[in-house]
Design a protein. Sequence first.
Lengths: 417, 334
Amino acid sequence: MKNTLRQILHARNFMIGFITIMIILFAVSIYPLFNQGSPLDMIGLGTFFKPGTYISMYDAVETAPTYTLRLDGAAAKRVEAKLPQADRESMKRWLVAYGIPDEAVNTDDLNDLLNLWNNTYDPDARPAGLTSAFRKSVARIDTVLAGLLESLDVRVYTEEPESGEMRETAQIKDNQYINVSEVVNTRQLWLGTDNFGRDAFKELLAATGVSLKIGLIAGVIATVLGLLLGLVSGFVGGIVDDIIMFFANLFTVIPGFVLLILISYSIGQEQRGATVVAAVIGCTSWVWTTRSVRAQTLSLRNRDHVNLSRLSGHSLPRILITDILPYIASYVVMALILQICSGILAEAQLSMLGLGPKTTETPTLGLMMFWGMTYAAHQNGAWWAYFPVILMIALVSFSLNLMNTGLDQVFNPQLRS
Amino acid sequence: MKGYKRYFLKKLLWFVITLIAAVILNFVLPRLMPSDPIATITNRITEGMNNQNAVMQIYREYARKFGTDQPMWKQFLIYVGNLLKGDMGVSFQQYPRKVTDIVAASVVWTIALQLPAILVGWMIGNLLGALAAYIRKGFDKVLVPVSLFVSGLPAFGLAVTLLVVFGITLKWLPISGGYSYDLLPSFSWRFIKSVIVHYQMPFWSIVLIAIGGQAIGMRSMSIYELNADYVKYSRFLGVKDMKVVGYVFRNAMLPQVTGLALSIGTMIGGALVAETIFSYPGLGSTILSGISSADYPLISGVTLIITIMVLTMSFAIEMLYGVIDPRVKAAQSD
């Protein structure tokens, strides 16, 4: 036993998978302590806010003290943000038509472009080959530029509640800064928000927790059922074996996925909690374990030590537990890991068809994916709403599979290289 | 040949028994659901009506038409009788379209997509797995983790990734449907070209997933076989390496064939979900629309067709297995 444990701890595949799962579990259980509140709170009014730090504008204006920083290029950045590439191309087109050589105009270097523009642009000029509509649009860009380059202070006014009089409360210069850590209300949205306006990162971690739980419940149910049926069927034999194998054969051929769809649908949306879905998945996936456990029990049942126990008059449960189980324990652990993995995938697939747990109760990885797809996150460029979910599913199932191969190498020495 | 006949008859009997069980499950399970689809339809049709008697009348009329006012066993007999005539009832959502028509329109797409994809994935996967077992070293070190990663991905995850990369970012391939919106199914060159272009992403997303799972299985099988006594003995005798590899490959293939028969149901299930990502006009999208509109004749029709598809495929594979594995024949003729 001790030796086996040591071997397992030295199996690299197993340890990589195990540590990854532990890190995920750690993050899932620790993060809610830092970020209170339900992961299902719809904090954003709107869909798919981008990832980033959100700072309350209201508080930012009120935050004191303010600091004056002289940073090079601050003005240029401001202009850059307000001057899209399309406008620069228009400016270039005008300049080229006016007679500036094509290679002298560089739309990437903003300072250069603006200098050139201020020196050359003449609103009354009529360069050949340009429509009057285009000339007007260039004139509009020029007006915007003029406004951008003058750095006027921003003044904040507040309305007096009684008199309705406007009173100036703040005057913000272009080189005035505040420290983000001194703003009262900020929120870090690592993965932005989803279609409901929920914090996607927080939801992702909560969903991972729930999905792991679903996988665990489904896996344990499937393994326990499979183990019991397999042991009894293999050891007792006769009519019991025939009956169990009849159903096992039946459900090997009838695809489990179809059963899952039919049962989940019959249960109805109202009754489908995460636990119920997990139980349904577990109850439809015991067949594999039963078959293999039965096959191994059959090969063990006539060993000498088992016959000895039988002659000593030990009870059936005792023989099964003390004489047979230890021989197949390694297999059962591996089967459990695989069942957990396929349980998580099954939940995700069910949810994708709209048969997952109730959306309003718990987040799961499958549900996040389902809603992301329903609101066409992939077509809106909202990668944060679906890609981390796929990555998380892949990471979890990859780690579980790695653990399994690691164990396989420990228990089947032939597979070692 | 006598042994094979018995093997065939036994498998055929199982095929029939599972089919009956599937029909019963298909009938019973959806009818256990709490909501009343007839009431839903009646509500839709009688919207704005305030004469309770008339509403009741319409409800009864529909209940009679769909047969939901009969006792369960009678409904079952009618259901089986209709099934034998190839009639799976009328869709609630797309009333008065027949379920048989809807299913027939989509099952062709699904078979044309999934059968080649699963077979191609299975073959490439086995080849890669055998190569990994034979070469070991670097190739093995790369293939195993990559296969593990890909096979652990849900089919829809890979589908979305492909869709975003090739469809939305690079704009190489169309992102949804089985053919262009502006075309009608016909045997024109333009239509066939459009179908082929739309086929690529769903096809490869299924193939890649299948490769991963099969490669891992084949690798373990081949390693077992490579360590078998007959391999060592042949090497002692000086049999050419390629010939030994040929034997090993054949022997390792056999469990993979059974594996395919057993896992085909799971594969199809995953692929159906992948279909919905691409809005492919197959069974996956049909069942999704059936579920979202509580259309139980449609759901039960689609699940029945999927079951029959899976049953037939695994039956065919088992038949093939009986032919290629001499041990099956030997065992059966005892």
